[in-house]
Design a protein. Structure first.
Ligand code: PMP
Length: 467
């Protein structure tokens, strides 16, 4: 048999783990501890379920990594990739060339995004997209003769990726602690996290939303409005713990950006493509961003692709003022990735997944989370479309958290894995973002698993004498 086409060698879980530990440096991982424990080996998937190398079925309440919006095993995406791989597996978009899938996708994205977006710049990932944002924002102000407008304001506990610019825009202290970040010209304000910051002060959610937006204005005045280029934020902070901002927050942020003429960048890497029950999170919260980063859901994660939607305000300057924008990636507009994205967006439309989240499973999940909020371990339950968070607390009445070093979230996550459920722990916030194709019956199945894992965590925490 042709060695290139040989089937993948079957190995036991232990053999996979040994080879993994010997050669594979995983992202965001303590290498030594993983090598000791052995990685979980995921071998196949269908719809909202995964199977590991021991044949265990797992309900994937995180859509891979917030990306498999249309669910696993959609033949239309596989066929689009296969056809494009055969026809033209690669050509670049440098040197005044283009491929049909990249052009088609650019057109389609202009259709499904808010009206101010008529142009796109492609990247290979969300992190690269946000690097593009930094380059593009500064280029915009340079072209307007305002090179002193360099500073980009972001938020603590934001996640905008893991490249130098992405990690700098992000507000994760553990990331800033490595490698001398943030890079110059990026500053942060506090996050709109009512449970952590507003509730202890006795502020209502709406009052707190206005206070939190006010921190942007304070920072603009502190930096000097003439030096501020842009503000960037995720409509709902994802990796930070599904922090759904108060309704008053984003309209006030928009007002402040308008007042000082600074660009508003919406990082839609998680919130885009239906996750919030709207095509994009900015539509859910009523903002009019100038730039919008996307990745993940654009291909439902079947193949890497990211990019930046460029609003007319910025595109007009980049195009009209002319001159080369000295920026781009080998895979900007990769034809196979773009072909998959086109098929994915058509499928989202055909299956009416945005409506499905908005009218059906989103409100249904909200009801289910309201019921889970009654659990003695849960201090706060929040959802937005098909994202949800359960804040685990030591004392429900006062909202007192567990000491961070107990890592109660990790205890709960352990029970989830052991019971066939993938839920993520961000500190003591347990979060979900299931595939958008999930049904009400599957939400019930997921909720039963969550409840069982909360009960097991409660018993465990009591057993350890932490309660
Ligand atoms: N922005 C946001 C909001 C994200 O959630 C992520 C990834 N989780 C990124 C950017 C980075 O995307 P990538 O991992 O594709 O580089």
């Amino acid at each position: 048999m042709n060695a290139v086409l040989a089937p993948r060698r079957e190995r036991t879980t232990a053999e996979w783990q040994a080879a993994d530990a010997a050669h594979f440096l995983h992202p965001f991982t303590d290498f030594q501890s993983l090598a000791q424990k052995g990685a979980r080996i995921i071998t196949r998937a269908d719809n909202i379920y995964l199977w590991d190398s021991d044949g265990h079925k797992i309900l994937d309440a995180m859509s891979g990594l917030w990306c498999v919006n249309v669910g696993y095993g959609q033949p239309a995406l596989v066929d689009a990739a296969t056809r494009q791989l055969k026809e033209l597996p690669f050509y670049n978009a440098f040197f005044q060339t283009a491929t049909p899938p990249a052009i088609e996708l650019a057109e389609l994205l202009s259709e499904v995004t808010p009206p101010q977006f008529n142009h796109v710049f492609f990247s290979g990932s969300g992190s690269e997209g946000n690097d593009t944002v930094v380059r593009m924002v500064r280029r915009y102000w340079d072209l307007l003769g305002r090179p002193e407008r360099q500073v980009i304001i972001s938020r603590r506990n934001a996640y905008h990726g893991s490249t130098m610019a992405g990690a700098s825009l992000g507000g994760m202290s553990a990331m800033h602690a490595q490698g001398g970040l943030p890079i110059p010209g990026i500053v942060h304000i506090e996050q709109p996290h009512w449970f952590e910051l507003g509730r202890p002060q006795g502020l209502s959610r709406d009052e707190f939303g206005r206070v939190a937006a006010g921190w942007l204005e304070q920072k603009i005045l502190e930096v000097g409005p003439e030096k501020v280029a842009a503000f960037i934020g995720e409509p709902v902070q994802g990796a930070g713990g599904v922090i759904v901002p108060p309704e008053t927050y984003w309209p006030e942020i928009q007002r402040i950006c308008d007042r000082y003429g600074i660009l508003l960048v919406s990082d839609e890497v998680i919130c885009g493509f239906g996750r919030t029950g709207h095509w994009f999170g900015c539509e859910r919260f009523g903002t009019r961003p100038d730039l919008m980063t996307f990745a993940k859901g654009v291909t439902s994660g079947y193949i890497p692709l990211g990019g930046v939607m460029v609003g007319d305000r910025v595109a007009d300057v980049l195009i009209r003022q002319g001159g080369e924008f000295t920026h781009g990636y080998t895979y900007s507009g990769h034809p196979v990735a773009c072909a998959v994205a086109v098929a994915n967006i058509r499928l989202i439309r055909e299956l009416k997944l945005v409506e499905h989240v908005h009218d059906d499973v989103g409100p249904y999940l909200a009801g289910v989370f309201e019921a889970l909020a009654e659990h003695p371990l849960v201090g706060e339950a929040q959802t937005c479309g098909l994202m949800g968070a359960l804040q685990l607390v030591k004392d429900k009445a006062s909202g007192t958290p567990f000491p961070a070093e107990l890592e109660v979230g990790m205890v709960c996550r352990g029970h989830c894995f052991a019971n066939g459920l993938i839920m993520r722990a961000v500190g003591d916030r347990m979060i979900i973002a299931p595939p958008l194709v999930i049904t009400r019956a599957q939400i019930d199945e997921m909720a039963a698993l969550i409840r069982r894992c909360l009960d097991l965590t409660l018993a465990d925490v009591r057993g350890r004498g932490w309660l």
